[in-house]
Design a protein around this ligand. Structure first.
Ligand SMILES: *Cc1c(COP(=O)(O)O)cnc(C)c1O
Length: 356
């Protein structure tokens, strides 16, 4: 890196998003997007709002916050809409952490947490998951550090009960516990009902996965009015118009399309059960997922080799070149057709190439 840049930037190892390939049409199961289009009401709302793009959007996101308040059973003061939940996480690291206030998180979890730590000069306290990838809440009790947990976790799909998270909240009263609920709509239990009870709880949700809005960039930080006010200070010190006009309108319409969302989540959960069973029948070990993806490993095939063979056959999944999980694949649960294409490709690969 050239000498123009700060030492912090030179040392930064940025997050690597899943591929968004343009070379050919893939069965795309690598970034946990929804296979379903946005709700019809969303398309209409965005089209109407586009005519007003000459005007700045509402920096307070008034309509969207009111709609989200009704959805989550909270007050507008509990809610900060953000440009994708990644932005909420970045705001939180900026607001709560520094060189003397570390952030604790698991060794196997969302890959953005260590990047935000590095970016904000925050020491990362890495807490290993158990051998079977479950998280021991006792590891976080009485830690007296800021904590971020993905629940359900990524890329494992394993979920904690809110009672376990409560024990972490109660024993760290002077620190913030961030619960990243990107996948909660696929069968996990939300900590949002605990917000009135714990001032140190920040829940982060996204409309990227269950609400088919990954490309619109919309997420929410949910917490006590004091925490949300602090995050607003970060927002209004960087980008007051962080959620654009069309995305605010899309969010309101997506919230009004709750039946559509619930039906899509139901279909994903159904396809998840179907795919997990089929993978197990092929000899895969599959973790019990509460998310819109499966984490699976085959005893007779290396993760990277499977990933490459699938890609050659036009099926894209996620493989992480990381200790402990090199032989695992994270596979987004898509439509039934996509799942059948994945299973057919895996059968060919395991049978023809490996004789399993
Ligand atoms: C996808 C994901 C996010 C980011 O979602 P955006 O709202 O699209 O920024 C955050 N946390 C986890 C664990 C995720 O998997």
């Amino acid at each position: 890196m050239s000498g123009f840049f700060s030492g912090k930037l030179a040392a930064l190892d940025p997050y690597v998003p899943g591929e968004q390939p343009r070379d050919m049409q893939y069965v795309k199961l690598n970034t946990n997007e929804s296979p379903f289009p946005p709700a019809p009401a969303v398309l209409q709302a965005v089209a109407e709002e586009a005519g007003k793009l000459n005007l700045y959007c509402d920096p307070e996101c008034t309509r969207l916050r009111a709609a989200a308040a009704a959805l989550y059973g909270l007050a507008p003061e509990n809610i900060l809409p953000v440009n994708g939940s990644d932005e909420a996480l970045y705001f939180a690291f900026t607001a709560f952490c520094d060189s003397t206030r570390p952030m604790a998180f698991a060794d196997i979890t969302y890959g953005f947490y260590p990047v935000f730590a590095a970016m904000t000069g925050t020491p990362a306290h890495i807490v290993p998951l158990r051998e079977d990838f479950t998280l021991d809440p006792a590891d976080y009790c009485g830690l007296h550090e800021n904590i971020v947990l993905a629940n359900p976790n990524a890329p494992t799909g394993l979920a904690l009960a809110p009672a376990d998270i409560e024990s972490i909240l109660r024993s760290n009263p002077d620190n913030v516990v961030i619960v990243d609920e990107a996948y909660v709509d696929f069968g996990g239990e939300s900590c949002v009902p605990l917000i009135g009870k714990y001032e140190n709880l920040l829940v982060v949700q996204t409309f990227s996965k269950s609400r088919s809005l990954a490309g619109a960039r919309l997420g929410f930080a949910l917490g006590s009015p004091a925490l949300i006010a602090g995050l607003n200070t970060v927002k209004f010190s960087t980008n007051p118009y962080n959620v654009n006009r069309m995305t605010q309108a899309a969010g309101v319409a997506a919230i009004a399309s709750q039946d559509y969302t619930l039906e899509n989540c139901r279909r994903i959960v159904e396809n998840r059960t179907y795919t997990a069973k089929a993978l197990e029948a092929m000899g895969f070990r599959v973790l019990p997922s509460k998310a819109n993806f499966l984490f699976a490993a085959h005893p007779a095939a290396e993760g990277q080799a499977l990933y490459s063979s699938l890609k050659k056959r036009g099926v894209l999944v996620r493989w992480f070149d990381k200790p402990r999980i090199r032989d695992w694949l994270r596979i987004t649960v898509g439509s039934r057709e996509q799942m059948d294409a994945l299973l057919a490709a895996l059968k060919t690969i395991l049978h023809d190439e490996r004789g399993v």
